[in-house]
Design a protein around this ligand. Structure first.
Ligand SMILES: [Zn+2]
Length: 121
């Protein structure tokens, strides 16, 4: 029985349970559809942005390949719109923010975030 990936996922599950429901949907989709299972950052109390809100509005998942990461980000951004009033903002960003964390997928939501397509898997 291989509990590895699931165990890693669940060890950080507290942040997921405290996340906005729409963010939970995105994280679960990234897990089920693409197998992303390592949370590299969740709630950061001193963060002035989406990693510092309660409920939590941003979670990072490990992704070591920018081609795959950009594909996943595109898949998510086709299905969730961060804020219809600010169409350039995205729910998923594959980036290296330069903070020493390396490449990762940053997933975020806003109170205005909507599902933009009904298609699921
Ligand atoms: Zn992030």
């Amino acid at each position: 029985m291989n509990l590895g990936p699931e165990l890693i996922f669940h060890l950080k599950n507290l942040d997921i349970l405290n996340a906005e429901p729409m963010l939970q949907d995105i994280i679960m989709a990234a897990w089920e559809k693409f197998g992303l299972d390592v949370v590299t950052s969740g709630y950061r109390p001193s963060d002035k942005g989406t990693h510092g809100t309660t409920p939590l509005r941003a979670i990072d998942l490990r992704c070591r390949d920018s081609v795959i990461g950009n594909h996943i980000a595109k898949w998510v951004n086709k299905r969730w719109q961060y804020d219809p009033d600010r169409p350039k903002m995205n729910c998923a960003i594959c980036h290296d923010s330069g903070s020493g964390k390396g490449l990762h997928l940053h997933f975020q939501v806003h109170p205005n975030t909507i599902r933009i397509k009904n298609k699921w898997w």
